[in-house]
Design a protein around this ligand. Sequence first.
Ligand code: GLU
Length: 446
Amino acid sequence: MGEVRVRFAPSPTGLLHVGNARVALVNWLFAKAALGTFVLRLDDTDAERSEARFAAAIERDLTWLGLACDTRVRQSERMDDYRAQLERLKESGRAYACFETAEELEFKRRKSLRAGRPPIYDRAALGLGAAERDKLIAEGRRPHWRFKLDEGEIAWTDLVRGPQRFEAKNLSDPVVVRGDGAFLYMLPSVVDDVALKISHVIRGEDHVVNTAVQIRMFQALGADIPAFAHLPLLMDAKGENLSKRLGSLGLESLKDSGIEPMAVNSLLARLGTADAIGPVLRLADLVAGFELGRFGRASPRFDPNELFRLNAQLLHAMPFAEAAPRLKALGLTSADERFWHAIRSNLERFSDAKVWHDACFGDVPPPSDPAREFLRAAAGALPPEPWDDGTWGAWSRSVGEATGLKGAQLFRPLRLALTGREHGPEMKVLLPLIGRARAEKRLDVP
Ligand code: GLU
């Protein structure tokens, strides 16, 4: 087999969400597992709806996920090739001019549906003679162009869905160029896949019917037909199509809510496969052993809670070397390795580290209802430094013996006064970080 070359082809008409990210990730993993090439193609032929800010956001999101592109193309810069290929199709009679108005087409569509027939374009325009065509053009009518589908069966073995079969006669000849000259999605995608030597087209199953049409286009252009894989679309908890509800499942908003990119990757690389879902620290570990064939045909449910769970698990396992620059970037100057290991298993978001940094090294609000006597007695019993993991146990035991308190009555007020919080990392690891001077001050509630 030749080089594996895949493309992720979003339209820059909106922000990426987890459904798009899954298609991007699967393409990327497939390419990397085969030492192939991952192309980012921006489908921006729709000049009205495409926006530079969305194109920039897509690149930003892919970078955030760690999915570096080997090549990028913008369809808006490839118009000459589309025009040239369209000319070839016109010359070979595979693209033909049509003059129906939108109203006429809608009328035909309704008529077919009323008669119980599928609304397939009737190819009336193919019956126009050259003279009629010229007359319509002379009247100022601007044609739109359709691609003529060759008769017969269109079949392929989908790498996710298995054998697929369509009858060309059950499909409409697609419009490839609108009356105003704008190219629609179908043909440019094929022209690009040919020019970029795409070996595998991996996309959502909403494109299955397009694939049947596009296979005919590859044939008409005399090009090799790539392999196809169509992933089932993600569903929400209610079983509805996820792509309809973007909002909080947009990548930017996940990022803003403290989700780690590897939490997204860990979930999306396995969702819809029989493989167990768990935290994976590095993309390279997802590349190893990646197989398209592991994806099933059923639509998987996307559960945001699973993402939050993976996020916490990733943080709990994050090595200090990886955390260190980020702790520094948050301005947590006292966050050393000991601190990180003490607090990481209490994080849901990385930024929570600040809460514990404050609890260890910053100002802690005094308890609202302090047992002053008790806390002062406890302060008096603080042993001299150096402190270690055993200090808390020995100290709290001696405070318990001196006051007769035990269990929650003993531990809760100490924790609250020392950290400003009811819950958190084990006191035995926090106390040495807090240190004697701060502990004494915090126990001496005014
Ligand atoms: N721009 C198309 C989409 O986002 C690309 C489909 C394809 O992968 O060919 O659905």
